[in-house]
Design a protein. Structure first.
Length: 680
């Protein structure tokens, strides 16, 4: 007995006659680049049985989804190998992540030698081509089979529903509990794990895998839970892909902003002030000042009004805005003030709850509402470098790129509905030009919309559809690629975000523009229209850099700490051949400072070559070297970051050359006319 199914391959459907017992392995098993399949729109294992009328599409190992499946399977192999070596280890979760995977264990801290042992065991498991076999189990069966795994028992109890910032939902899908057995060729179950799947057909499909590091991690990202050992790894379709990734990661490690921040004396993260908070040192303070000054000037020149708001507010403000309760989990807990307690400890007067500000928009609404507004004032644009605080769990904060305290270059436009489309187009062009000014050049846009089935989002279907269409049209007008992000919208409206590529080809979310039709209504915002009626404005949220701190982290890695001369904390270092030329260079330095150049003269007792090495390590763009011949000729010699040199340059010409390069805000490295720029 046979029937037909439809196979969609490379967007070309074909109808194929199948036997009743046909599976995806029967269809695609000869092609080892196919790791799973879409069955009537759902991603499933290749071992899944097919029925008449099914629509099947193969999932390639080289696709994003296929790589995610390979990495998830590699995480299972990691856990199996580690438990073989350390039987006392208890299992947490093991999801795929960008470019790799991790698995959490309750075990003793793991050394580099331990990871090598685990990797060796993984290769043995991969060579055995153990099959991943899926089983649907009852809750009683799952509890019995995972009796020795306390963290799995917790997942079974809550059906795998994740807490914020964890990936426990990879263990269970919906209310259905599934186990995956790793089965050897002789039919023995070598290992099993509670998991939703899907997985590759067998471990032999994992062609290129490596473990990368270990770290401590709180169970489910909550610092109140047990601390586990997290093993990170990466997996790719080919060994060449793995090698290319490892090369990129080696370069990324050199550019890590936390490492460079320490080496260049820019900023640090003292344990005494807690995770997710940063202190900027003098050089980092200069870098930050240059960025903030430039971004503020660009806003003022573009017609934005500069405002400033406090970092703390009564809780009622955030109830009005809708952030409480929608956003409560990411806000710091309230503090109670003005509470009156008598001598016996009885509360005579309930205090007022205050919250640290997590966003600037509610206070900007109060500024708009502070007096009557006319249509003639619109669009009205408020801009603030606002200090905000959000409660990120300590297990997920990371340097400057994910913080608890940060500064947003935040603006809010209030306009008529008819003005919204043009305003959004203006904002898109505005922040793309700002990012280009800082040397970022490659972008695509992402349109984040709501999940209509989620209660997280507020507003009518009509409002969401209209706002989404306005954003889509504006985004398409830029000519950049527009990628869909279903469900990624803020609770109050859809948004477009800029995804920018850095020098290593990594993508960072930068600027965002969000359409908000909810807060104006919640705050009762109005303007007087031309006909005298009172109308509700549209509110448009926009951040250009995202946050100043995160942007500094991205720029530090993009430039590997060798900032363009206009941003460099120290732009020029004078290096005397001997101490007797200190005064000569001091005179030149004074003239440069009068023109706003940040300059130092190295008057230490170090030899000249060491001074050059020190300035090179500090990535200073201009080194001015002077000896007897230079002093006699009233000249200096240049040494640039790329190692090229220019000798005997008259002082006036040298100053003009430096000032011209800095004031032009040229992001390319200065270099000798015969040299090659290090940035090219």
């Amino acid at each position: 007995m046979s029937s037909t199914i439809t196979i969609v391959h490379n967007a070309e459907p074909e109808t194929k006659v199948i036997e009743d017992t046909t599976t995806g392995l029967d269809l695609f098993g000869d092609d080892k680049s196919i790791v799973a399949m879409h069955l009537n729109g759902e991603t499933v294992d290749l071992a899944t049985q097919l029925s008449a009328g099914d629509v099947v599409e193969p999932v390639s190992m080289t696709s994003d989804e296929g790589l995610s499946i390979v990495r998830h399977s590699a995480a299972h192999v990691t856990a199996q190998a580690l438990q073989d070596i350390f039987p006392q280890a208890r299992l947490g979760i093991g999801p795929p992540i960008t470019d790799g995977f991790y698995y959490d264990f309750q075990t003793e801290p793991l050394s580099a030698d331990d990871l090598k042992q685990v990797e060796k065991k993984m290769q043995a498991i991969i060579k055995q081509r153990q099959r991943f076999v899926r089983r649907v189990v009852s809750e009683e069966e799952a509890l019995r089979e995972e009796a020795n795994e306390p963290y799995k028992l917790e997942l079974i109890a809550d059906k795998g529903h994740p807490s914020d910032d964890d990936n426990s939902s990879v263990e269970v899908g919906g209310n259905e509990l599934t186990m995956y057995d790793n089965v050897t060729r002789n039919g023995t179950v070598a290992w099993r794990d509670l998991c939703r799947g899907p997985h590759v057909p067998n471990t032999g499909y994992i062609k290129a895998v490596a473990l990368t590091k270990t770290s401590a991690a709180y169970w489910r990202g909550d610092q109140h839970n047990a601390q586990l050992q997290r093993v990170y790894g990466t997996a790719w379709a080919t060994r060449d892909d793995l090698k290319a990734y490892q090369t990129r990661m080696a370069e990324a490690a050199k550019r890590d902003h936390r490492k460079l921040g320490q080496e260049l004396d820019l900023f640090s993260f003292p344990e005494e002030i807690g995770p997710g908070l940063v202190v900027f040192h003098p050089k980092g303070g200069i870098l930050r000042h240059e960025i903030e000054s430039y971004i503020t000037k660009r806003h003022i020149d573009a017609g934005f009004d500069l405002v400033d708001t406090p970092i703390i507010s009564k809780g009622d403000l955030f109830h009005t805005s809708g952030h409480l309760p929608y956003y409560a989990d990411t806000m710091f807990p309230p503090m109670t003030v003005d509470e009156e307690v008598d001598a016996e400890g009885n509360v005579r007067h309930q205090g007022q709850e205050y919250y640290l500000k997590a966003m600037n928009c509610p206070m900007h609404n109060l500024i708009f509402r502070s007096r009557g507004r006319s249509y003639r004032e619109l669009p009205l644009r408020f801009y603030e470098l606002g200090r905000d605080f959000r409660y990120e769990k300590s297990g997920v904060v990371q340097g400057l790129t994910r913080m608890r305290g940060f500064t947003q270059d935040d603006s809010h436009t209030y306009c008529t509905p008819e003005q919204a489309g043009d305003e959004i187009k203006m904002l898109l062009g505005f922040f793309l030009s700002i990012l280009r000014d800082f040397g970022l050049k490659e972008f695509y846009l992402e349109l984040s919309t709501r999940d209509a089935s989620s209660s997280k989002f507020i507003g009518s279907d009509e409002d969401w559809e209209a706002a989404t269409e306005i954003l889509r049209v504006a985004a398409e007008s830029t000519g950049l690629e527009l990628v869909a992000d279903p469900g990624g919208a803020a609770f109050y409206g859809p948004k477009v975000s800029v995804q920018a590529k850095d020098a290593l080809g990594r993508t960072w979310q930068m600027s965002t523009v969000q359409y908000d039709f909810n807060q104006p209504a919640r705050f009762g915002l109005e303007y007087t229209a031309a006909d005298g009626s009172h109308q509700q404005p549209v509110m448009i949220h926009c951040a250009k850099l995202g946050s100043v701190e995160r942007f500094i982290g991205v720029l530090t890695e993009h430039y590997a700490g060798a900032f363009p001369a206009w941003l460099s904390p120290v732009q020029v270092v004078g290096i005397p051949v001997a101490g007797e030329f200190n005064g000569y260079l001091d005179t030149i330095a004074t003239r440069l400072r009068e023109k706003g150049v940040r300059v130092e003269v190295d008057e230490s007792d170090d030899r000249m070559q060491k001074k050059i090495r020190n300035a090179t390590r500090q990535k200073v763009p201009f080194m001015l070297i002077a000896g007897e011949k230079d002093r006699e000729a009233q000249a200096v010699s240049f040494r640039f970051r790329d190692g090229s040199q220019l000798n005997g340059v008259p002082i006036d010409d040298a100053i003009d050359r430096i000032v011209e390069h800095i004031t032009s805000r040229d992001n390319a490295d200065p270099t000798s006319p015969d040299g090659v720029s290090a940035g090219e």
